[in-house]
Design a binder for this molecule. Structure first.
Ligand code: DGJ
Length: 744
C-alpha cells in the first residue's frame, strides 16, 4: 500500500475513534480482531494466550508505521495498490468491491470434525457487506477447545440480480509483524517430495503455488511455518504455522509491502479458474489452519500432529498395521502363487497386512505395464484364476489382512472404459487428448456426476463383494493435462479445477459414509496428495516413490513438519535402491522406516537370511514402540539440512513415560566429528532405562540397560558410536541407532 495522505488519515480516524476488539482463544493461543461495524475487519493480535487484563489493555490497531492490517482486503474501492484477498466482477461490470463489517457473532460449537470425531470449540462468524451491493461475504474463525488450532475460511453469496464472476477468492489473510521472519516451506518433485526451504521474508512477494490439477503436494507444498525470530530453531522460538487445506490448485502469496507487516494470503489458485456465481449461489473456500507456539518448529509440528490425529486424519486414534506392499517386489508381475508367497513371507516376519499393488486387473486389456486398462476394474483371471476370493483365502491361511491397489480417477485410451465412455475424460474441446503415463493415461472428469458414481462404484463393488478387504491403496498418477470438461458448459469451463475437487471430495465422503472402517492410503505418484483436505477420508499417505533410506531421512523430516508419523507410510526396500541405486545397510533402512508407519516394499524371497532376521526383529521392536511413534509427540533434534551428515529426532509418549530416539549418520568420512545430541521432551525428574533396538553390534552399548534422569538426557544426551561393532566383512558406511527409553 502506498503511503497516501488520504488513506492514512481516513484509517487513523476510523481506527482510533472506533474499534471493537473481538478475541478467540485456544488453550494457549489468542487471536484478536477489530470488528468495528462499518469498518474493514482488522488484525490486532495473534500469539500466546492473553490474560484478561492484557486483552483489555491491548492497544487498538493503529496505522502507526503505515500498517493497514486488513484481514480480508477486497479489490477496487479502498485497495487497488496492495495485494487483495478478494476481487470480483459485479453483474453490472463494476470491478470494485468494498467489504465492511455488518455484524459478527461468536458461538460455541459441538459438532463432528472432518474425520468424524466429536469436537468442541468456538466459532466467530463475521458478516461483511459491500455498501453498494447486496452480496454477503462471511469470514469464519473456528477455535478448538483442546488443541491450539484456529481454522479460517470464507464464503461468498451472490445476491445481485444476475451472475457475478469471482476472480480472486483467498480463504484467509494473516498479517505477520516484520522482525526477522523466516518462512520454512517445502518444494519437491516426483521421488523427491517435501524438501525443506527456509528463507527470510524480504520486501516483495514470495509465491508458493500448485497448478498440477490433481496432485498438489508433489512439488510446492501448501503448508508454511513462519519463524518470527530468525532462522527457525526446532525446540525454541516463536512460530506461526499456516496450513492451507485444499486438494486442488492453490496459491499462497506472502506480500511484504512498505508497512510493518508481511501479509500471508492462502487459497484456491485463481489462475484459469475465475468462478461464476449465479444469483443465490454460494462459494465456500477451503480452510486454513493456524497455530502459534513458543516451542519452535517442532512445537508447531506437535500442535499440527495432535490436531491431525484427533480431528483430521481418519482413524487417527487407531494403531496402523505393519504391511508388505507388492510394488517394488514384483511390479506388474502379479500372480496367485506369487501373492501367496509374499503373504507367507511377511507373516513369517511378523507383518500384519499384505497389499497387492498395480497389475491385477483388466480383461480385454490385461494390465501388464502402465499403458493400459485403468478403468477396467475386473480381476485378470489369467493372473489370478481364483480371483479376489482366492487372495482373501490365502491371506486368511497366512494370518494376514489383505489390501488392494486402485487408481479410480483414471483411464487409459487402451481400455474398455474409454471405448465405452470417451466423453468421461478431461480434454479440451475440439482437441485430441494429451496423454500421460504409459503414453495412454487420461484423467476422468469428476465434475460429471456420472463419473462420480463410477468412481464410487469401484470401491463399492470391491468392498460390498469382499467385505474382508481391509485396506485400499488409492493412487493417482497424472496431472490435468488438458483444460476441458466435456460435462461443464462452455461458460463454466473455468470451473474445471474447482469442480473436479468438489467431485472428488463428494466421492470420498460417500465412501466414508458407507465404509467408515476400511483403511485407505492416499497415494499420488508417491506423496502427491499429502494434504489436509483429503486426509479426513484417508488413514495415511505414501510419503514418496523414493524408498532410498538416505533420501527418506530428508523427505520424512520435511513431511513431519505438518504431518504425524502415523500417517507417513515408510517402507523398507531392496538395494541397490530402485530409484537412487544406492546401497544402504539393511539396518539403516529398518531404522529409517521405523520412524514412520513401518512397512516393507521388497520381494522377501530375495532377502538374505540375515536380512530376514533383522527384519523380523525390527517388526517385533516396532510393535513395542508403535504407540510412541504413532501417538507420541515429535521432537526434531538435529536437522539433516544442517549439512554435517547427521540427523536425529525422537518421539515421546503423552505421559512422558516412554520415548524413542533415532540417530542417523548420513555419510561416512574418516575421523568425523559429530555433536552429542541432547534429547528433548522428557520429564526431567523421571528416570529412564535405555535399550537399543535393532541391535546388530557384537557388544551392547555401554549404557545398555542403564538408567538416566530425563534431566541428564536433555542436558547431555548419550554418546553414540560413529560406526557399528560388527565383523569386518559386515562393515559398511552406514550407521544408525534407535534407543528405546522407558521410565522406571
Ligand atoms: C505410483 C505409486 O506411488 C507406486 O507406489 C505404485 O503404486 C505405482 N504407482 C503403481 O503403478
Amino acid at each position: 500500500m502506498k503511503k497516501t495522505l488520504l488513506l492514512s488519515l481516513s484509517a487513523l480516524l476510523c481506527l482510533t475513534a472506533n474499534a471493537e476488539k473481538v478475541e478467540l482463544s485456544t488453550p494457549h493461543n489468542t487471536l484478536v480482531l477489530d470488528l468495528w461495524k462499518g469498518g474493514e475487519p482488522k488484525f490486532v493480535y495473534y500469539g500466546e494466550k492473553l490474560s484478561t487484563s492484557d486483552l483489555a489493555s491491548l492497544p487498538e490497531p493503529t496505522n502507526a508505521n503505515w500498517s493497514h492490517l486488513e484481514i480480508y482486503p477486497a479489490y477496487g474501492a479502498t485497495h487497488t495498490q496492495s495485494e487483495t484477498a478478494f476481487a470480483m466482477r459485479h453483474a453490472d461490470g463494476n470491478l470494485s468491491t468494498q467489504l465492511l463489517v455488518e455484524n459478527w457473532t461468536k458461538t460455541s460449537i459441538s459438532d463432528k470434525a472432518p474425520n468424524g470425531a466429536n469436537r468442541t470449540g468456538e466459532r466467530l462468524t463475521i458478516t461483511l457487506k459491500d455498501p453498494l451491493y447486496p452480496n454477503i461475504v462471511h469470514l469464519y474463525y473456528q477455535a478448538y477447545n483442546d488443541v491450539d488450532m484456529i481454522e479460517c475460511w470464507t464464503d461468498v453469496t451472490n445476491s445481485e440480480k444476475a451472475t457475478v464472476t469471482l476472480t480472486q477468492f483467498y480463504s484467509s489473510c494473516l498479517p505477520i509483524r516484520r522482525g526477522n521472519v523466516y518462512a520454512h516451506h517445502f518444494h519437491g518433485s516426483w521421488a523427491s517430495e517435501a524438501q525443506l526451504t527456509a528463507e527470510p521474508l524480504n520486501n516483495g512477494i514470495l509465491e508458493i503455488k500448485n497448478k498440477d490439477g490433481l496432485r498438489n503436494a508433489t512439488t510446492d507444498r501448501q503448508e508454511v511455518m513462519f519463524s518470527l525470530d530468525g532462522y527457525g530453531r526446532e525446540n525454541e522460538g516463536d512460530v506461526i504455522g499456516a496450513a492451507l487445506m485444499y486438494s486442488g490448485n492453490y496459491r499462497i502469496t506472502i506480500d511484504t509491502d512498505d508497512t510493518e507487516y508481511h501479509y500471508y494470503f492462502a487459497g484456491i489458485n485463481p489462475d484459469n479458474s475465475e468462478y461464476h456465481l449465479k444469483k443465490g449461489e454460494t462459494l465456500t473456500t477451503p480452510h486454513v489452519a493456524y497455530t502459534f507456539t513458543h516451542e519452535g518448529l517442532s512445537g508447531a509440528s506437535r500442535n499440527y500432529h495432535r490436531w491431525a490425529r484427533k480431528y483430521q486424519l481418519r482413524h487417527g486414534d487407531q494403531a496402523r498395521d505393519i504391511l508388505l506392499n507388492s510394488w517394488e517386489g514384483v511390479y506388474f508381475d502379479i500372480n496367485q502363487q506369487g501373492m501367496d508367497q509374499m503373504m507367507a513371507d511377511i507373516a513369517s516376519m511378523g507383518g500384519e497386512l499384505f497389499v497387492m499393488d498395480d497389475g491385477w486387473f483388466g480383461d480385454k486389456y490385461p494390465r501388464n505395464t502402465d499403458n493400459s486398462s485403468l478403468g477396467d476394474w475386473v480381476v485378470d483371471k489369467r493372473k489370478l484364476p481364483e480371483g479376489i476370493e482366492g487372495l482373501l483365502r490365502d491371506a486368511k491361511k497366512n494370518g494376514v489382512k489383505f489390501g488392494i491397489w486402485i487408481e479410480p480417477e483414471m483411464s487409459n485410451t487402451t481400455s474398455e472404459l474409454y471405448e465405452q465412455h470417451p466423453d468421461w475424460i478431461l480434454k479440451a474441446p475440439g482437441r485430441e487428448p494429451v496423454l500421460g503415463r504409459g503414453g495412454t493415461q487420461v484423467v476422468l472428469d469428476l465434475a460429471n456426476p456420472k463419473v462420480q458414481d463410477f468412481v464410487f462404484s469401484i470401491v463399492d463393488n470391491l468392498l460390498s463383494k469382499y467385505p474382508n478387504i481391509a485396506y485400499i491403496k488409492w493412487d493417482a498418477n497424472a496431472p490435468v493435462m488438458n483444460h476441458g470438461s466435456q460435462y461443464l458448459s462452455k461458460e463454466d469451463q473455468s470451473h474445471l479445477y474447482i469442480a473436479y475437487h468438489e467431485g472428488l471430495i463428494k466421492v470420498c465422503q460417500r465412501i466414508r459414509d458407507k465404509y467408515p472402517d476400511v483403511v485407505i492410503q492416499d497415494c499420488a505418484s508417491g506423496g502427491g496428495r499429502a494434504n489436509y483436505a483429503l486426509l479426513p477420508y484417508f488413514d495415511e499417505f505414501w510419503v514418496s516413490d523414493d524408498t532410498d533410506a538416505l533420501q527418506r531421512v530428508f523427505m520424512q523430516w520435511g513431511t513431519s513438519y505438518f504431518f504425524p508419523a502415523i500417517a507417513m507410510a515408510s517402507h523398507i526396500s531392496a538395494t541397490p535402491n530402485h530409484q537412487t541405486f544406492r546401497t544402504t545397510a539393511f539396518k539403516f533402512r529398518c531404522d529409517v522406516a521405523m520412524s514412520g508407519r513401518l512397512g516393507m516394499e521388497i520381494q522377501p524371497k530375495n532377502m538374505t537370511d540375515e536380512e530376514k532376521m533383522i527384519g523380523k526383529q525390527a517388526i517385533a521392536d516396532y510393535k513395542r514402540i508403535r504407540p510412541v511413534v504413532q501417538f507420541g509427540d515429535l521432537y526434531r533434534l538435529h536437522s539433516p539440512y544442517e549439512g554435517d551428515n547427521l540427523a536425529s529426532l525422537m518421539y515421546v509418549s503423552e505421559l512422558k513415560d516412554k520415548a524413542v530416539f533415532y540417530w542417523y549418520k548420513l555419510e561416512t568420512f574418516v575421523n568425523q566429528h559429530f555433536p552429542r545430541i541432547k534429547m528433548a521432551g522428557l520429564d526431567p525428574q523421571r528416570r529412564y532405562v535405555v535399550h537399543e533396538l535393532n541391535r546388530i553390534d557384537n557388544q551392547p552399548l555401554p549404557y545398555e540397560g542403564k538408567t538416566f534422569t530425563g534431566q541428564y538426557l536433555m542436558a547431555n544426551g548419550l554418546e553414540v558410536p560413529y560406526s557399528h561393532d560388527v565383523d569386518y566383512h559386515k562393515k559398511n558406511d552406514w550407521a544408525s541407532r534407535v534407543l528405546y527409553l522407558e521410565a522406571e
